[in-house]
Design a protein around this ligand. Structure first.
Ligand SMILES: NC(=O)c1ccc[n+]([C@@H]2O[C@H](COP(=O)([O-])OP(=O)(O)OC[C@H]3O[C@@H](n4cnc5c(N)ncnc54)[C@H](OP(=O)(O)O)[C@@H]3O)[C@@H](O)[C@H]2O)c1
Length: 256
């Protein structure tokens, strides 16, 4: 374990940390330096139901906000040092992850499966009633039979989360996530998808979701519940419907 994770440096990034009111929620976001986690963080900080956001990652986010409590943690194979930071939390949005081809296969499995399970273990020990929203992926296969390693690993993580003892686990299985803002794409497939997105979204509307909209749906479900949708698995059509519900309540942010 590194010095950073041993210390699990918890600190308010703004002076005068916001204290949640009785009807506000405490939300954890894991992976807020990434694309999805970054949108989730921005949306959560604006969300009236969220009184405090604990953002956990291995790098600093680079913003400060009265609701934001930033926790640096470098080794997700052991999250024991996060136990205190994870106490009294109402919900977690887990966006930590990587892509096929970015890291060797064994590391892809470690990040996708082991990190998720280890984080969930410590969160459940500290906040057993928390809601867990997990960024999985289309095709995730809990049976382990898929020929795609990524699908097997996401499925394995999903299965473990459902067995972890949380009262509510929501598994988001988006197909292609449109990045909205230009970014360095993880592999050739994503470069191609980005290039053909204008046509792709018209031809296959249920195969795409904007990153900002997906993040809004994840945060909203984590802190406000699912409404009439039962879950625990949400595919693109469900996620699009959630975004429409949020838009109807709070006003539209973007077109899908
Ligand atoms: N793009 C799509 O179409 C699509 C579709 C379905 C599912 N997904 C899934 O969505 C998830 C997130 O996607 P994204 O685009 O938001 O990813 P991203 O921008 O690459 O962000 C990933 C986040 O995970 C963290 N992370 C990665 N490896 C880590 C490690 N070894 N230790 C600690 N933290 C680590 C990153 O931290 P650093 O900033 O420190 O690196 C970052 O906060 C992935 O699991 C991906 O498979 C994507």
């Amino acid at each position: 374990m590194t010095a950073i994770s041993q210390l699990a440096t918890t600190r308010a990034t703004g002076s005068g940390m916001n204290v949640p009111t009785a009807d506000q929620k405490r939300l954890v976001i894991v992976g807020a330096t990434g694309m999805l986690g970054g949108y989730a963080l921005r949306y959560a900080l604006e969300h009236p139901t969220v009184g405090q956001v604990t953002a956990i990652g291995r790098r600093k986010i680079g913003i400060s906000h009265p609701k934001l409590n930033e926790v640096l943690h470098s080794d997700f194979t052991d999250c024991s040092a996060l136990a205190e930071a994870l106490s009294r939390q109402d919900a977690a949005v887990f966006c930590l992850g990587t892509y096929t081809g970015v890291v060797p296969d064994a590391e892809l499995r470690t990040i996708t499966v082991d990190y998720t399970i280890e984080f969930a273990r410590v969160l459940h020990g500290s906040s057993p009633e928390a809601t867990f929203a997990f960024l999985s992926g289309s095709g995730a296969d809990p049976t382990g039979r898929s020929r795609m390693a990524y699908a097997r690993y996401k499925g394995e993580a999903e299965k473990a989360l459902l067995a972890a003892g949380f009262p509510d686990v929501y598994l988001f299985r988006p197909a292609y996530i449109y990045p909205v803002e230009p970014r360095r794409e993880p592999n050739l497939s994503y470069r191609l998808l980005r290039a053909i997105y204008p046509a792709f979204r018209i031809l296959f509307p249920n195969q795409v979701i904007r990153a900002d909209n997906l993040a809004r749906a994840m945060v909203d479900v984590a802190v406000c519940g699912t409404g009439e949708r039962r879950g625990p698995i949400f595919e693109n059509p469900d996620i699009r419907a959630m975004v429409e519900s949020v838009d109807a309540r709070t006003g539209p942010r973007s077109s899908t």
